[in-house]
Write a new protein. Structure first.
Length: 542
């Protein structure tokens, strides 16, 4: 497999660097995920078609914006600006060009430093905002260069926790005063023609009255194996994995943008196309600011949002209890407990996740910050009390089977009882599992048979309402967001899948944007008998 992660396959295997042999395959995959052209089109379909397909495509931008950023994003005014071409035509490989930023998010006006390494003499950095620009899905905000190229120093390895980090020399500093809130990709183009991305969030000054698009940067970093170590594996496998990972390094996924292009960009593009009042933040912002979500209408947890500190989870629970709707558009959310710490480059740039409680030094004192899985002791707190569904197992690949076709979220889909949406379940899945704490007013909309590691089970799409009238949705599958732009790959592809997911997501987002969904759509307990019997957590990944 190429190094770019397919959002619908198991992510447990080690990442690999692109080689000249695999780069052609990776170019095609990147083109699908990013919606750019590498000499062919996707069946002649324009990226601007009505159902939100395509990701980051378009024609060349006439230039950078000089409009000042506002405190509150006017999505329609922003999206009325001319779109640009932010696609990748030639992925860098074997460290040809790569980089990282000293911030995962900034507010408009903050400086952010770029640390880039390239084998070429020079490089250029182009800054794109992701949205819906008259059918194109990105806008060129600014560009700098040519900048002097250099091969930066090798990575440092801390053997105590197998942490990989860099201490590179800054390449340039961006002034973000003209950058409105949003999700951004910085594209590096080196003089030899190689390209890569670096993701950045420009966070909103306020989330009040808005739908918050929450970037799961802690999950991106957990899977990042740049330098040979992630929270999942080291050179020898699970046992020599990193226990602490650093944001002071590039992402090793093929396009450099971690999970953004396949697991987040599709739903961001759809939300902006709908003209919703969106706001932007990362999960680290949620960790740092307990009041971040005060007054928000909804929070959207996108395709894969697995790693949560106690402060992050408390902030999300507090928001729900104040009437903020929550949408979990991926399975396995809020499953890993982590803690964050500083590096020389700033706060919250070290992510600790031992996964096995006995290995964590804090386990001896029974600290709430012990980095075991959330359902495990000490201080076990299964995610189902917040998300509704409970992570079960991986990998699976199965059809989504409709249980409640009359549910308001299925309006306009044309489904009936037993309708099957091909390949929609996998590779991870959730189920409403009453062996764990579960909100009482929970409805199971689809109940899809699966077999994981030889054990029959079900994946559930669920919805519940809290006492605050907040609505909480759990897609129950990690293949939801990628299906919005039909980039999941074999098994979960085609118009049936895309139209179903896009229709449901549109209904969900537009309803959640209006305030506490339980006032119009109160949840009523509706759980299949086999969910009511429970069944535990049979195959949680390591």
């Amino acid at each position: 497999m190429p190094a770019h992660r397919n959002p619908c396959r198991s992510r447990r295997g080690p990442a690999t660097w692109l080689t000249p042999v695999t780069v052609a395959i990776a170019l095609v995959l990147a083109a699908v995920l990013v919606g750019c052209s590498v000499g062919t089109t996707r069946g002649g379909t324009d990226a601007a078609d009505h159902d939100g397909r395509g990701a980051l495509a378009g024609a060349a931008s006439p230039g950078a914006s000089t409009d000042p950023a506002s405190a509150e994003l006017d999505v329609r005014a922003e999206n009325a600006k001319p779109g640009g071409d932010c696609g990748l035509a030639r992925l860098g490989y074997n460290h040809a060009v790569e980089g990282w930023l000293d911030r995962t998010s900034v507010r408009s006006g903050d400086n952010v430093r770029l640390f880039a390494s390239t084998t070429a003499a020079t490089l250029k950095a182009s800054v794109f905002r992701i949205g819906w620009y008259g059918g194109r899905t990105c806008r060129l905000v600014t560009a700098v260069g040519p900048l002097p190229g250099r091969v930066q120093a090798p990575a440092a390895h801390d053997p105590k926790a197998n942490t990989i980090s860099t201490s590179w020399t800054p390449t340039t500093t961006f002034d973000t005063r003209s950058w409105p809130p949003g999700a951004y990709l910085i594209r590096l183009d080196d003089a030899d023609g190689f390209q890569t991305y670096i993701p950045l969030t420009v966070r909103s000054l306020t989330t009040s009255g808005r739908v918050v698009m929450l970037a799961a940067v802690t999950t991106w970093q957990a899977y990042n194996a740049w330098g040979g170590y992630s929270l999942y594996h080291g050179p020898k496998g699970f046992d020599d994995r990193a226990r602490v990972v650093s944001f002071d390094r590039p992402y090793d996924y093929g396009d450099g943008a971690a999970d953004f292009t396949g697991n987040e960009a599709p739903v961001i593009i759809l939300a902006e196309k709908l003209g919703l009042p969106v706001a932007y933040a990362t999960d680290i912002d949620l960790h740092a600011d307990p009041q971040l979500l005060d007054g928000a209408r909804a929070v959207v947890s996108m395709g894969h949002d697995e790693y949560y500190s106690p402060a992050m989870r408390e902030a999300l629970t507090r928001a729900r209890d104040q009437g903020v709707n929550l949408a979990f558009l991926g399975a396995n959310a809020v499953f890993r407990r982590i803690r964050l710490g500083p590096t020389a480059f700033g706060p919250d740039r070290l992510e600790t996740g031992y996964k096995v409680a006995a290995e964590d030094p804090l386990n001896a004192v029974g600290d709430v910050s012990v980095t075991a899985n959330w359902p495990a002791p000490p201080k076990a707190s299964p995610e189902s009390s917040l998300t509704g569904g409970m992570y079960q197992c991986n990998p699976v690949h199965a059809d989504l089977v409709v249980r409640d076709p009359g549910h308001w979220l299925f309006a306009g889909t044309g489904v009936t009882t037993g309708s099957r949406i091909p390949g929609m379940i996998g590779s991870e899945y959730d189920r409403v599992d009453l062996a764990y704490p579960t909100p009482p007013r929970i409805e199971v909309l689809s109940h899809s048979p699966v077999v994981c590691r030889g054990r029959p089970d079900h994946s559930d799409v669920s919805y519940y309402t809290a006492d605050s009238d907040a609505g909480v949705f759990d897609s129950g599958t990690s293949a939801w967001v990628c299906a919005v732009t039909d980039v999941c790959g074999p098994g979960a592809t085609g118009p049936v899948v895309q139209n179903f997911v896009t229709t449901v997501t549109t209904t969900l987002l537009t309803t959640f944007a209006q305030g506490p969904a339980g006032r119009r759509h109160p949840g009523v307990r509706s759980v299949p008998d086999d969910d009511a019997r429970g069944g535990g957590n049979p195959g949680a990944e390591r």
